[in-house]
Design a protein around this ligand. Sequence first.
Ligand SMILES: C[S@@+](CC[C@H](N)C(=O)[O-])C[C@H]1O[C@@H](n2cnc3c(N)ncnc32)[C@H](O)[C@@H]1O
Length: 265
Amino acid sequence: MTQSEFDAWSAGQSYEHYMGRWSRKIASRFVGWVDPSQNADWLEIGCGTGALTEAILAAANPRSIVSTDKSEDFITHAAAQIADDRVSFKVAEATDIPLADASVDWVVSALVLNFIPDKLKALDEMRRVLRPNGTAAFYVWDYPGGGMGFIDAFWKSAAALDPEAAKLDESERFPFCQKKGLDQLCRDAGATDTEIVAIEEETRFPDFEAFWHPFTLGAGPAPGYVKSLPDERQQMLKDHLADKLGASGPVSLPARAWAVKLKWH
Ligand SMILES: C[S@@+](CC[C@H](N)C(=O)[O-])C[C@H]1O[C@@H](n2cnc3c(N)ncnc32)[C@H](O)[C@@H]1O
């Protein structure tokens, strides 16, 4: 079992239900924190179903946004949702962006950097397309700090039933997703100016069934893992989680992202 085997990036509607809706809550606060210049040219890397693209449109009055993702499915979904002449959608790898050198003012990404095998190459690519004095900014979940509560709860139960599943837990896979690790990554990428803050939100589900349902939809690492299990092991995992979180009543868990802004002078 490889760690990325279950990183299922397809089926926009399912992803939106599992994660996109929570990323949206962070995205609008992230754009506020970034405090961008108006009328600027933007690149987004790993736009998924468009949470951050929409937040930029709503708050930053951009001149243009090129929104990219390696998943054709997600690009099709996002393009169908966002009809705005300023936005163009392109299928592209984070490390091979189809833009000229020094062509945008802002490069951003949401919940993506940890999934890119060569993070320094991706940061180099951000730097390449930025104009002088441009800014890169991104956010990732605080996986090691248990900051994405529903994912943390999921993998704890999965590992209790299947020790192999511990390797798939994002907190194991992405230990750099904390303030110190992110700061070091930015230094390694040659950034001269880095700011990092936490953005916290809550994920609220009306009941346990509403909490569990997105895990059955197959989009994202944890849902990809559920999909790989036979029915009876899915049921065992569901029962284990219900035991931990309470089978009746609302489920409310914290969500904490680290937001990072970096420049190269
Ligand atoms: C957790 S989702 C985040 C999606 C969206 N930005 C959001 O905040 O909801 C991770 C996204 O990164 C994309 N992705 C993963 N690896 C990538 C790579 N190497 N290059 C480009 N996109 C990538 C996936 O297709 C997926 O859309």
